[in-house]
Design a protein around this ligand. Structure first.
Ligand SMILES: OC[C@H]1O[C@H](O[C@H]2O[C@H](CO)[C@@H](O)[C@H](O)[C@H]2O)[C@H](O)[C@@H](O)[C@@H]1O
Length: 557
């Protein structure tokens, strides 16, 4: 499946269109592209497409590929589903075999936050979630390091916390809220190991992949390494740790500044954009099905948009739909994320610049500190000039196809408050807070018993109504708290309380007790749904956010 992609180039002073071949998600002809992957994934041997690409090989890749060629010869290229199942059972082991037992040495039985939780039922719940880190902790076996050809798992030396369920590997942006929770649990050593894993990955790949699998290798997720390091340094005061890793974390920032920026109305801003070929290996048949009869450049563009959607962490949402009228009504075939400048991504980049400035100053490099201070100020101005909407009184995603702001409610619209990327010092400070509070009120998103929905549109996608997600509740709560406005602080507490009520009831009602990756916010006690896989129990970032809210508000609940 060779795929060609047009690029604009200058040849002898004239613009010409060249076609180049986009590379696959990774070189592996088993896990990332090629006839074997195609045959197995389209045969629908497993209800979840991710199952196959997580399996371990029983023989070296060349042997497995030769066995597959033999099967194709014997069946005149038309193996039955049963023959393919026999081939997979013979050549692959079960998924989830990459780990050895791990008992975290920094786990303590009574972390201090628990004594701040007055309500005894909630305190008991907090204790159980604190214990839950052990069940979600993973240490990769030496065999993955020594025989990496047999696995899709990316080897990292230190133990880490996974989201849970089908998410058997580390996930990049999930780890920010996991790290938050771990620090509340006083598991500083585990956090340090996770950060070292990420630094090693940046040094090897030049970016942090979406998750710890080779099929995620070429796409990232919202940039949270620098904020994670900041959390760790604030908790421990370990400046030496920072000094030794600052050039690596700067490298990760450079990845975004070099590969993910665009110019909008003369301002530099960031977008998600993964220019790699073919369906997502872990959602192969889903992407093929949506692609339908697309071909040529339209097909290329579609595959780029699917991977870019995964890079955003919001896979998928009306937030990324652009239909022919330029609105967000449509279906997954309308995903045009690479034409959208997202508020949250730009707030995160702006925050990263500010944190790097602070960090370089901490390690005594004032010249670098000034460079990142200038970048922070430039990004903050660009966010204000391109994304702020004076009429709505909030920041909005920007559609570069139609040159317009997207007037739809998403919690990400207030990300600049969370990230500290708005003009707090300006005389208009309280005006901004007034406007944002008014915007939230008008949005109708505050009316639900179980938290704030991801949007006000029910598209069947998982990052839309009626689902609420832990990182978005955190963004709203701390975005509002950061304003230091009493009305905003009251609303923040109210959102946190609703979210805790919802999570706690779902935990009590599930057998066995479980935390989920997302919840339905229109009632209390139900997990969310939609999207391309079943709702997953676990769950790393959900637990991290609950621990954070219990620590912050536990004496008021
Ligand atoms: O397999 C489908 C998609 O699954 C992941 O995305 C979802 O789970 C992640 C782990 O909790 C989370 O980071 C992401 O925000 C969720 O949408 C995966 O990250 C995607 O790349 C993948 O296509």
């Amino acid at each position: 499946m060779a795929n060609l992609f047009p690029i604009l180039a200058i040849y002898a002073g004239v613009f010409v269109t060249l076609t180049v071949q986009l590379p696959p998600p990774c070189p592996s002809e088993i896990y990332c592209h090629g006839p074997l992957l195609h045959a197995v994934q389209t045969a629908e041997l497993y209800s979840d497409s991710k199952t196959f690409v997580d399996k371990k090989l029983r023989f070296l890749p060349d042997v497995v590929l030769a066995n597959f060629s033999q099967l194709m010869i014997e069946t005149q290229n038309q193996p039955t589903k049963e023959q393919l199942q026999t081939f997979v059972d013979t050549n692959f082991d079960a998924e989830g075999l990459e780990f050895q037992p791990w008992d975290p040495s920094d786990w303590i039985s009574d972390p201090p936050f628990l004594s701040n939780v007055n309500n005894l039922e909630l305190r008991d719940w907090g204790q159980k979630l604190h214990e839950g880190w052990k069940a979600l902790g993973r240490q990769i076996t030496d065999d993955v390091r020594d025989n990496s050809d047999l696995y899709s798992m990316v080897y990292v030396p230190n133990p880490f916390i996974v989201p849970g369920g089908r998410f058997r590997e580390f996930y990049y942006w999930d780890s920010y809220w996991i790290v938050k929770g771990l620090l509340i649990s006083h598991m500083n050593q585990t956090v340090r190991g996770m950060l070292d894993n990420f630094c090693q990955i940046v040094d090897t790949y030049g970016l942090i992949p979406n998750g710890g699998r080779i099929y995620y290798q070429q796409r990232s997720q919202p940039p949270m390494l620098i904020p994670m390091v900041d959390l760790y340094v604030n908790a421990t005061g370990d400046i030496e740790f920072l000094r030794q890793r600052i050039s690596t974390i700067e490298k990760e920032m450079e990845f975004w500044l070099t590969n993910r920026t665009v110019s909008v109305n003369g301002y530099t801003l960031a977008r998600y954009n993964v220019e790699y070929d073919g369906p997502r290996p872990e959602s192969y048949r889903e992407d093929l099905k949506t692609a339908g009869n697309l071909s040529g450049n339209d097909l290329e563009e579609f595959y780029i948009n699917m991977k870019s959607g995964a890079e955003s962490g919001w896979d998928f949402s009306t937030r990324w739909f652009i239909n022919d009228e330029g609105t967000n009504v449509g279906d997954i075939g309308n995903v045009k994320i690479r034409n959208i400048v997202p508020v949250d991504l730009n707030a995160f980049i702006c925050m990263n610049a500010q944190l790097l400035s602070k960090m370089f100053s901490l390690v005594g490099d004032e010249a670098k500190s000034q460079i990142y201070r200038d970048k922070f100020l430039a990004w903050k101005e660009a966010i204000q000039m391109v994304l702020w909407n004076e009429e709505d009184g909030v920041w909005l995603d920007y559609d570069m196809l139609n040159n317009l702001q997207r007037h739809y409610f998403y919690p990400s619209n207030i990300a600049p408050l969370w990230a500290g990327c708005w003009d707090e010092a300006s005389p208009q400070n309280s005006l901004v807070v007034d406007r944002v509070l008014n915007y939230l009120d008008q949005s109708q998103a505050l009316q639900f018993v179980g938290g704030i929905p991801t949007s006000m549109q029910n598209s069947g996608q998982q990052w839309d109504y009626p689902n609420g997600w832990a990182p978005l509740q955190h963004l709203l709560v701390y975005g509002l708290e950061n304003t230091a406005d009493p009305r905003a602080e009251t609303l923040a507490f109210d959102i946190a309380r609703k979210w805790l009520d919802n999570n706690f009831l779902a935990f009590q009602q599930s057998i066995p007790n479980a935390m989920f990756e997302k919840y339905d916010v229109t009632s209390l006690g139900l997990p969310g749904g939609g999207g391309e896989y079943d709702v997953q129990p676990g769950f790393g970032w959900t637990n991290g956010v609950v621990l954070d809210f219990l620590e912050k508000y536990g004496n008021r609940l």
